[in-house]
Design a protein around this ligand. Sequence first.
Ligand code: EPZ
Length: 429
Amino acid sequence: MDRIAITGGARLMGEIPISGAKNSAIKLMAASLLTDEPLRLTNMPRLADTRLLARLLRRLGTEVVELDGEDGPETVLHTREIVSALAPYDLVRQMRASFNVLGPLIARTGHAKVSLPGGCTIGARPVDLHLEALRALGASIDLHEGYVYAQAPRGLTGAEIAFPFVSVGATEHAMLAAVLAKGTSVLSNAACEPELGDLADCLNAMGAKVSGAGTSTIVIEGVERLHGATHSVIADRIETGTYALAAAMAGGQVRLTNTRCDFVEALLVKMEEAGVEVERHDDGMTIRRNGARLKAVEVETDPYPGFATDLQAQFMALMTLADGESVITETIFENRFMHAPELSRLGAEIAVHGGEARVRGVEVLEGAQVMATDLRASVGLVIAALAANGETMVSRVYHLDRGFERLEEKLSACGANVRRIIGDGEPED
Ligand code: EPZ
């Protein structure tokens, strides 16, 4: 397996273009199942997760073509007919978001068999809210041998769905199913993440009638059919925040382009509080740090527009060298501190108690061998390594490849000393 070697100490100077959002792209790809006409997605990220979903969609009957368009990577998805409504375990377990093909399959064909995704390193991550939403829309749902068997032979019917707590995936899933239901659906306590707005914009371009996405109440008037469309994927706010934190950790001056400040405002405020200089632009931001030691600040993860859980590991990396003690509270996932012991291998001082991590800033980090445990944790290790003395070797970088496009290239272009060591294909342990 591949590894990434980072020699710390180089300041970052330059520009990093931000890619399209992984967590939007994979839901938009699933939306292509809702129409027999082509859906053209532009500003597409090229990632292990988008490739994996393309594999699943091809099995279901979608023709998936990747192109280099005038404005960058595009994917055209065309599902003339659903040839199979089965999403097997071997694909769904590799990427939980594949589960979101269930709603579109029921909406388009009236039946589906989709594997339950199973557990995950960052928490239990059940799908009960997804299933309740689909039941409310009139699907009959049975669970056997690890699979969801869903039926709605006469189609889905609009419903009022009040989520007991905010779930990004369940809100998206309900939206994907309700667009073709008979009548009106109202989703309350809906997730407000920008990816919801992106999905609604794409569905509306396909002929759906979705309003209120981006607020906690989303209203969907079902339509009989959807048609093809062209849609540009929004900027990846987690990639944006990650490179902002990388620049802050390494020091220097980096301009992030093709993105939006409002997507990461909760992070930028915390970075400024810690002493990082942030200049906001229409198409992104410039991050500057002159070398003075940062101050420890406290953060708590929350649903959007709060501080994103997907930036928690990277922020923890920044705090390892800050002056004072930072308290980091994780409220979204119950087991999302697996990067803490790996950061400790670099010399960080972190004590974890339940959902709270106390990071006491140290003067120096030292390079070491570390292991990626999940996608965002792995990039947190890369960020720490940028400021560590000597070389850090990050293994299990397949986690990183799920969600960061050309990471070594983007960081190296700004002067970081980051290289990929291609593995021999053998598992590491
Ligand atoms: C999405 O996951 C993202 N994934 C996650 O990013 C992100 O961390 C998360 O939203 C929160 O922002 C994708 O978009 C593919 P949730 P999702 O449903 O939709 C519980 C990354 O690294 N829950 O909002 O799965 C759940 O266990 C990933 O890119 C239930 O109990 O998150 C969690 O504690 C990691 N029952 C909380 O809700 C359900 O049916 C919020 O999860 C659904 C969720």
